[in-house]
Design a protein around this ligand. Sequence first.
Ligand code: ADP
Ligand code: MG
Ligand code: ZN
Length: 484
Amino acid sequence: MSAWEAVVGLEVHAQLRTRTKLFCACPNEFGAPPNTHVCPVCLGLPGALPAPNEAAIDLALRAALALGGEVRERSVFARKSYFYPDLAKGYQISQFALPIIEGGAVPMALEGEARSAALTRIHLEEDAAKNLHVQGETVVDFNRAGTPLIEIVGEPVLRSGAEAEAYLRALREVLVFIGVNDGNLEEGSFRCDANVSIRPKGEERLGTRVELKNINSFRFVRKAIDHEVARQAALRESGGEVVQETRTWDERQERTVAMRGKEEAHDYRYFPDPDLPPLVVDAARLARAEETLPELPAAMRARWVETLGLTAQDAGVLAAHPAIAAYFEAVATGLGEAAGLKPAKAGKKAANFVMAEVLRETATEGVEARFPAAAPEVAALLALVEDGTINGKIAKEVFAKMVATGEPPKTIVEREGLAQVTDTAAIEAVVREVLAANPKQVEQYRGGKTAVLGFFVGQVMKATRGQANPKAVNEILRALLAEG
Ligand code: ADP
Ligand code: MG
Ligand code: ZN
């Protein structure tokens, strides 16, 4: 066992899902042609005045409520000064001494056990523009300049790359569910910096930290942290010292590499922005935010286990994405209503079908999901199984055709004559044929080898193209074999 303990604290920048930017009316939209979403405010032209976007503040309040943070009644926007081409004003509007939210925690599950990781603070800030490197030149796209972010600063309470990954996944899930963030790592709307240090086990004092930046996948964050911990331990064990610096993950070399050292550390000279009055959040506003707060994923999972008959594992799969969660609930409710099933029964059946058939063909992108068939159609399909029109096996076939043609299940069943054969006389005729054609197996059955029943069922189903009612087939087979 290692003599070192890893200490990790994460800083997450989450883009707020507003229509417009944080201090101007330009669209907050990814992917537009460069420098088309700009105005004097977000270009930092002299004399332009920022005006806070109330919708961004309400989203921050939602995050506070979901993560259990304390909302400060009067918080202050501050100027964080530094020079960089993507920061036209020469400062970023952020919050420093008095952030809008203090404390809170990320609820997470570690190896199936519920835990929570404490937060230091959450503050509002504007994003910088984006430097692009094109043909040996650096150009700047100001579309991102001034878009709204919350920075979620975690306490240094995580102890491994795996814990950090679990934290990030849980945090993203909550923010996406409450409509605050779209969770899109590739587009940079959910970004993470990881601070990593080690200390001898039992030591309380924190060691010198390294900041890992610009890592855009959860898996790479985990690997980067674990490698960084090992690098620091090896360094200390060989008599070296960890230096405070910024590093990044090099996936090709599978190691962290230095980006810049402490000598470049900034003195940001924070001070309250004289253009912006203190941000006041009164109790009434907080109460309104609470009223619109959607159900959180953990509560949703608990409710499904409690009332819809799901296992914790199934609930975890279906509640991992808000659009999938809503889809599943629509199938479960639709099936319950159409087939007159109790919620626990409809829920379980809907969950099984959605997980086995629908999710395979579902694509998610950010908060959106594209489903192969609409939820009410899937509910109608499962209702056809419940009322005995088709069996479960045929249902899968019909589903594939629904996906291919977009037609409702009933149309497909009728046109293709897929309805189950429940006419016992018809089934009996087929059973008699099957028994007559397989005298050896009949003898085996009657001699006590009842397992061959499955063989007969298979033959009958084959002869009826899978459309015979399995229960009727079983009953008739047993009866005729018993006649002997
Ligand atoms: P900044 O990075 O802006 O200087 P802080 O010093 O407040 O801000 O630290 C930010 C993050 O670094 C927090 O998430 C905190 O948990 C983490 N952190 C601070 N010190 C350490 C340390 N010695 N080891 C690991 N993480 C640390
Ligand atoms: Mg930092
Ligand atoms: Zn603007």
